[in-house]
Ligand binder design. Structure first.
Ligand SMILES: [Zn+2]
Length: 95
């Protein structure tokens, strides 16, 4: 008995590979993919993420210049860092 996780699946359409073709990465040997290709993760919009992170940092700078507490500025900086680091790890995973 094979579990679903052991089933060889086509990397293009995600359907199980036919018997005897499990060693192939995708359909094409005995016919085309029976299903349309799986949707791809949209590429991370680095420019948008950088702009957003810059916005957080600018806000933190304003926070400090108008005399807001350090804790407030730190929270704002953390927001920008989280945004930027999430975008970086997503981009690294896609490359
Ligand atoms: Zn396929």
């Amino acid at each position: 008995m094979t579990t679903d996780s052991e089933t060889a699946r086509c990397e293009l359409c995600g359907e199980p590979m036919p018997a005897g073709e499990e060693m192939f990465k995708f359909h094409g040997y005995s016919g085309n993919c029976p299903k349309p290709p799986l949707p791809k993760e949209p590429a991370v919009d680095m420019l948008a993420e950088m702009k957003s992170a810059a916005g957080y940092l600018r806000n933190a700078q304003i926070d400090l210049s108008i005399g807001a507490t350090k804790a407030t500025a730190i929270r704002t900086i953390e927001g920008g860092l989280r945004r930027l680091e999430a975008a970086i790890s997503k981009a690294e995973a896609q490359s």
